[in-house]
Design a protein around this ligand. Structure first.
Ligand code: R5P
Length: 295
């Protein structure tokens, strides 16, 4: 079936090279906002009988959900055979539990909304946390791709004598894998989240590794408080400036600037979200899966 790609809100950086490698068409859409804030959307390319791929990283998701919804619905209305969502960063994965009476389990509701709009989902390292798999909340086929090998390769090529630091126990499985492939030791910290913008991170036990280069690895960098608190401990230990690696460069507000101010050596992220810190290209992961049609 003929494939056609559409990019929403700045996702051309991924969509264009992937479509190019697949020799697929890059579809044209016109999206704008009416003066009252409502969304106008028009599909300018023919989607009839085609397989539609919408590339949309879902950081700051609320601005993107209506255009995404209208695009998927309109594509189906115009005869698209299937509509797939490629969301390199998947939103609304964090609130997976009701901690207080009346609290919305937004991950569940968002999953059910998306499952009603698209036929399948391709994403990279979603923040599963208390869930084992996306199929616990999504009712459509979901393909989860992983950036760990690309991160290991980046570390091997760019960091001399690294020691990896994972921020919390849930990161262990993932950090251990990155460390193994990078032939590097790792340690895992304990994290205590006090509020949306406040975390405490345990003092790393790095006595054995004081001459190594600390490499902080996390899936999401949002407020960057997790990394900032860890870097502060490393500074006390007089270790060399840290390399901070995140899969998803969410960087809320001025989090990026705040992390840079800590005197870190480098901040590197995957291009699941377009950001100046992008240094690890994940486009081939998506290209290969769309080429194989296995989703
Ligand atoms: C949470 O468990 C994640 O793995 C990250 O550690 C977290 O999202 C980082 O958030 P922030 O940058 O706001 O500290």
């Amino acid at each position: 079936m003929e494939k056609i790609f559409f990019a929403i809100s700045g996702n051309e950086q991924l969509a264009i090279p992937i479509a190019g490698k697949l020799n697929a068409e890059m579809g044209e859409i016109s999206i704008r906002q009416f003066p009252d804030g409502e969304t106008y959307l028009r599909i300018l390319s023919s989607v009839k009988d085609k397989e539609v791929y919408i590339v949309c990283a879902l950081n700051t998701p609320n601005d993107k959900i209506m255009p995404l919804y209208f695009l998927a619905k309109t594509a189906k209305e115009q005869g698209a055979k299937q509509v797939h969502l490629i969301a390199p960063y998947l939103a609304y994965m964090r609130q997976d539990k009701s901690f207080h009476p009346g609290e919305s389990i937004t991950s569940q509701h968002f999953a059910s909304l998306m499952s009603s709009v698209v036929d399948s989902l391709i994403t990279i390292d979603p923040h599963l946390h208390r869930r084992k798999s996306l199929s616990e909340i999504y009712t459509i086929p979901c393909t989860v791709l992983h950036a760990d090998e690309l991160i290991s390769n980046w570390i091997k090529t760019n960091v001399i004598n690294p020691v990896l630091v994972g921020p919390d126990s849930e990161s262990e499985q993932w950090v251990a894998e990155v460390a193994k492939n990078a032939n590097a030791p790792y340690i895992i910290l304990q994290k205590n989240r006090i509020g949306d913008k406040d975390v405490e991170v345990s003092v790393p036990n790095l006595e054995k590794y004081l001459t190594h280069t600390p490499v902080l690895v996390d899936d999401i960098i949002s407020t960057a408080k997790t990394m900032i608190e860890t870097v502060k401990h490393l500074t006390v230990l007089k270790m060399s400036p840290a390399v901070c690696i995140g899969v998803h460069a969410v960087f809320a507000g001025n989090a990026y600037e705040q992390l840079k101010e800590q005197g870190v050596y480098k901040i590197i992220t995957c291009n699941t979200i377009l950001h100046p810190s992008n240094g690890i290209d994940i486009s081939d992961l998506i290209y290969l899966i769309t080429l194989s049609n296995c989703y």
